[in-house]
Ligand binder design. Structure first.
Ligand SMILES: Cc1cc2nc3c(=O)[nH]c(=O)nc-3n(C[C@H](O)[C@H](O)[C@H](O)COP(=O)(O)OP(=O)(O)OC[C@H]3O[C@@H](n4cnc5c(N)ncnc54)[C@H](O)[C@@H]3O)c2cc1C
Ligand code: FES
Length: 274
């Protein structure tokens, strides 16, 4: 599963670009030469734009798919360059890095997934991996919130996902519009009633730091075990392999020990989400 040299970006070609929202795009890349990059849900890769730089992203595609997809929000230098890619352009991929979700431990359980904004990208990869072996899990719940209906990524895919037997999806937006008939309010409003076996279910959360903080609090209050709350820690990264110290959170290197850590791992760290 590991690239030959973890520091060497493997050239990939951009095959397809889908505009998700005004500042989020999904690119599909395929390896130009050599071995395909195999990843497991939860692992991340560094994307390199020649002449600009590199940044970490978790694939949003299924680990079982041939090509890799990345869903990218334009926030700065590298993401702007990625956002402006055209089909046929070449980007480098290093990885995969970090640890995957422990899917074996999730078997036979109800899985409670909570996403915010573009944080739903890594969760899509997890969701597709779970759906691939859906009989292994009791039920998959997705609770997803974005600022407005126009900021919901993969909105057109949700009806298709909702029809899958064993999948339950609820969406909310902070501010609705005339097209929106669903729930309105920050994501915690759809966590009021949690229809899972709370003591035994994993809850998996990815989103902006403030959302992580409030959702974690809600899940702890509801009775989820600290070790069953899985949080995506988005820290600044550089090497990706535990050498440069850029991504330290307490005793953890997010690139190597994460990027997903449990609440049990980080709860005693001062401001773990900053
Ligand atoms: C493991 C991991 C997985 C990630 N997966 C994804 C993913 O799937 N999709 C995705 O879009 N992003 C993802 N990110 C975040 C992404 O790496 C950053 O957005 C990116 O590094 C920003 O680089 P830049 O050069 O464009 O911005 P910079 O020029 O470095 O920063 C510009 C400004 O944007 C701010 N900024 C940086 N990151 C973010 C952010 N995430 N949200 C809001 N503001 C930010 C900075 O504080 C700064 O003010 C992930 C991060 C990690 C660590
Ligand atoms: S990114 Fe270098 S130690 Fe984690």
């Amino acid at each position: 599963m590991e690239a030959v040299n973890p520091y060497y970006p493997i050239p990939t070609k951009v095959k397809k670009i889908i505009s998700e929202t005004s500042n989020v795009t999904t690119i599909t890349t395929f390896i130009l030469a050599g071995m395909p990059i195999k990843f497991e849900a939860g692992q991340f890769a560094e994307l390199t734009v020649p002449g600009v730089g590199e940044a970490p992203f978790t694939p949003s595609s299924s680990p079982y798919a041939k090509d890799m997809k990345f869903t990218i929000m334009c926030v700065g230098r590298v993401t702007e360059a990625l956002f402006n890619l055209k089909e046929g352009d070449v980007v480098g991929v290093r990885g995969p890095f970090g640890k995957p979700y422990p899917l074996k431990e999730f078997k036979g359980k109800e899985i409670y997934i909570v996403g915010g904004g573009v944080g739903f990208a890594p969760l899509r990869s997890l969701f597709l991996a779970l759906v691939h072996n859906i009989k292994d899990y009791k039920k998959i719940y997705i609770r997803y919130g974005a600022r407005t209906p126009k900021d919901l990524v993969y909105r057109n895919l949700v009806p298709e996902w909702q029809r899958i037997d064993g999948v339950d999806i609820l969406l909310t937006v902070d501010v609705g519009d005339e097209s929106w008939q669903g729930r309105v309010g920050v994501v915690t409003v759809i966590l009021d009633e949690i229809p899972v076996d709370i003591k035994n279910s994993p809850a998996i959360v990815c989103g902006p730091p403030l959302m992580l903080k409030f959702v974690t609090q809600r899940l702890v209050d509801a009775g989820f075990k600290n070790e069953n709350i899985y949080l995506s820690m988005e820290k600044n990264m550089s090497c990706g392999v535990g050498k440069c110290n850029h991504c330290r959170v307490g005793k953890f290197y997010v690139c190597k020990d994460g990027p997903v850590l449990t609440w049990s791992d980080v709860k005693d760290i001062e401001e773990p989400f900053l």
